[in-house]
Design a protein around this ligand. Structure first.
Ligand SMILES: C[S@@+](CC[C@H](N)C(=O)[O-])C[C@H]1O[C@@H](n2cnc3c(N)ncnc32)[C@H](O)[C@@H]1O
Length: 197
């Protein structure tokens, strides 16, 4: 049976394509990593963050389950860019491959019963000494009653990083318009962590 595609709205992809970068990404690269190296963008949408990483000289693999993202990836001509249409739950994560793995607003959409496995594979794809930069929906998020998504408190997030050194943990708790212009209360727990072993 064919796997269902993970769909966010076309309007979301359009907005993502017009954004400069996730606010902290450039600072993270500047603070924690030399330019270049290998990066993973998990759940890339319209490649906002991938483009920044390519500009910084990274070789970037991005993975998204939505074939609509092809529209954006086909417009990029860069031999350091690798686009893969795949569900995270099916993706064959390489071991200790990436200097930086980025997963912004995507981990909370992993199938609940597969989360532990996928997150373990994601962590293992980061090189020892490499950085994982990711966000999780927090318990104050307006969508908390949406039973399909995953929500976390700070303790639960910290427990996921036993083999990493958490360098920053922040709460983004704000009201932001969705692509349709409707205000949504977002609560994201943001983590920047370095792999220890
Ligand atoms: C909310 S968007 C976030 C995109 C981007 N990282 C950002 O910060 O704007 C989530 C992206 O992850 C993809 N996605 C969500 N769950 C997925 C899954 N289980 N497998 C593959 N792709 C998934 C969606 O198709 C979408 O492009």
């Amino acid at each position: 049976m064919e796997k269902p595609e993970r769909k966010v709205s076309s309007a979301y992809h359009e907005r993502n394509s017009g954004e400069q970068s996730h606010p902290r990404l450039e600072r993270i690269v500047d603070m924690f990593l030399p330019d270049g190296g290998k990066a993973l963008d998990l759940g890339c949408s319209a490649l906002r963050d991938t483009k920044i990483l390519l500009d910084k000289g990274f070789e970037v693999t991005e993975v998204d389950g939505d074939s609509e993202t092809l529209k954006y990836s086909e417009a990029i001509e860069n031999e350091k860019f690798h686009h893969k249409i795949a569900q995270f739950e099916e993706f064959d994560f390489p071991t200790q491959e990436y200097d930086l793995a980025v997963a912004i607003n995507s981990l909370s959409f992993i199938q609940k019963d597969k989360f532990d496995l996928v997150f373990a594979r994601l962590k293992d794809s980061v090189k020892i000494g490499g950085i994982l930069y990711c966000t999780f929906f927090g318990n104050n998020h307006e969508w908390v009653k949406n039973e399909k998504s995953l929500f976390f408190n700070e303790e639960q997030v910290k427990e996921l990083f036993d083999d990493f050194d958490i360098r920053r943990l922040m709460h983004d708790d704000l009201v932001q318009n969705n692509p349709a212009g409707v205000p949504v209360h977002w609560h994201n727990i943001v983590v920047i962590a370095r792999r220890l072993r």
